[in-house]
Design a protein around this ligand. Structure first.
Ligand code: NDP
Ligand code: MG
Length: 390
């Protein structure tokens, strides 16, 4: 291991998060020659220190300048260089010593470094779906031009990436993203309007960071994944379907023109798609739980209810209009989720607010990166003003 060109020098951006810590576990288990060159954290600097100890990393990056100001970096023994501030992510993503960038920062804060990794021709092991939602055209084009590659970590997209290995792109009829349905799958709309933060954070099948857990409850996560799939696989929105599958065992499917459907199955554990994104096209043993074929298991699926989960409509709409829509909906959603978590808006207002901000924004079909970043700031301000009067 590995038989294919070495991608074993890794930067883990967002190392303290749910995907970041799972990546560190995967790297430890893969062992030599796999190693972390650089790690980043935003606010959890003690956790960053613990992750860096004994890992031999060259760089540690602390992106929240205020938190870094009060932290004693003398504790980072072992000679790792300490980089402070948001620009440090780009520096890590571009570093010539890095082959593979694990983009596991949450939100559009991950866009500059994701784009930098794509431009620098790195293998981009991509969890930071928001970067593709905001600027999918720029990121995928940059990776193509530089000779880089994007291997998805998101479990649905990893499943599709794997299933696509069995056929030709022109023979794909459609892809079908599975969704657990989140904690409110069986709730009525009036119950959902009263949902508390605790209710929304109680995901039935996955342990994840708080933002994506709320996105799963509104099903905005699946909307973001429709847009992510549109860019990763260069498919029109009408070829991207969503089906509810409460067990989270079928991670997604590709249907080919002859009606054959190829799915990827495994018990839910993000370490499997993370490891696959690192080692692709090689496979090796993985500590994740395996399917137990001696047990009787029922796999169910049901259609999505877009009236109850209106976020999904936004997903297809944004995927089809493109341009500035992704940046606006993504930023509005990030800000609305933060407002919900702070107790300032109700659960159902997250998606209502996103729809409103999308409708009032000045649409541009071919925005520059600067324009997308400006709209990201604008949408956050607008949703905050809207929340104050709604
Ligand atoms: P977490 O909230 O657990 O972790 C987020 C990471 O990003 C942390 O390391 C955090 O640092 C860092 N971070 C937060 N804000 C900033 C910022 N402004 N600038 C730089 N770094 C920042 O999130 P997840 O691991 O759950 O998700 C990460 C990404 O992966 C998201 O895009 C999510 O959609 C995607 N994803 C996650 C899955 C999961 O199972 N968790 C599944 C599929 C996709 P710190 O903690 O130090 O503050
Ligand atoms: Mg997913």
């Amino acid at each position: 291991m590995p038989d294919s060109p070495s991608k074993t020098a890794v930067a883990v951006l967002g190392a303290t998060g749910s995907i970041g810590t799972a990546t560190m576990d995967v790297l430890r288990r893969l062992g030599d020659p796999w190693h972390a060159v650089g790690l980043s954290a935003h606010s959890r600097l003690s956790e960053l220190r613990d992750l860096s100890l004994g890992s031999g990393v060259r760089y540690v990056a602390a992106t929240c300048t205020e938190t870094a100001r009060d932290f004693d970096f003398g504790e980072f023994a072992g000679g790792a260089e300490v980089l402070i501030g948001p620009e440090a992510l780009v520096r890590l993503a571009e570093d010539p010593a890095v082959d593979t960038v694990v983009a596991a920062v949450v939100g559009s804060a991950g866009l500059p470094s994701t784009l930098a990794a794509a431009k620098a021709g790195k293998r981009l092991a991509l969890a930071n779906k928001e970067a593709l939602v905001v600027a999918g055209s720029l990121v995928t084009q940059a990776s193509r031009l530089s000779g880089g590659e994007i291997i998805p970590i998101d479990s649905e997209h990893s499943a599709i990436f794997q299933a696509l290995q069995t056929g030709r792109a022109q023979d794909v009829q459609r892809i079908i993203l599975t969704a657990s349905g989140g904690p409110f799958r069986t709730w009525s709309p009036s119950q959902m309007a009263q949902a508390t933060v605790g209710d929304a954070l109680a995901h039935p099948t996955w342990q994840m960071g708080r933002k994506i857990t709320i996105d799963s409850a509104t099903m905005m996560n699946k909307a973001l994944e429709v847009i992510e799939a549109r860019w990763l696989f260069d498919l029109p929105p009408e070829k991207i379907g969503v089906v509810i599958h409460p067990q989270s065992i079928i991670h997604s499917m590709v249907e080919f023109v002859d009606g054959s459907v190829i799915a990827q199955l495994s018990p839910p554990d993000m370490r499997l798609p993370i490891q696959y994104a690192l080692t692709y096209p090689d496979r090796t043993g993985c500590p994740c739980p395996k399917m137990d074929w001696a047990q009787a298991v029922q796999l169910e699926w049901e259609p999505v209810d877009t009236e109850k989960f209106p976020a999904l409509k936004l997903g297809w709409e944004v995927a089809s209009r493109g341009g500035t829509c992704g940046a606006v909906v993504n930023a509005a959603n990030e800000a609305a989720v933060a407002l919900f978590l702070a107790g300032e808006i109700r659960f159902t207002e997250i998606v209502t607010g996103c729809r409103r901000i999308l409708e009032v924004h000045n649409y541009d079909a071919s925005p520059t990166l600067d324009e997308l970043m400006r709209l990201d700031r604008w949408a956050r301000e607008e949703i905050t003003k809207w929340a104050a009067v709604c």
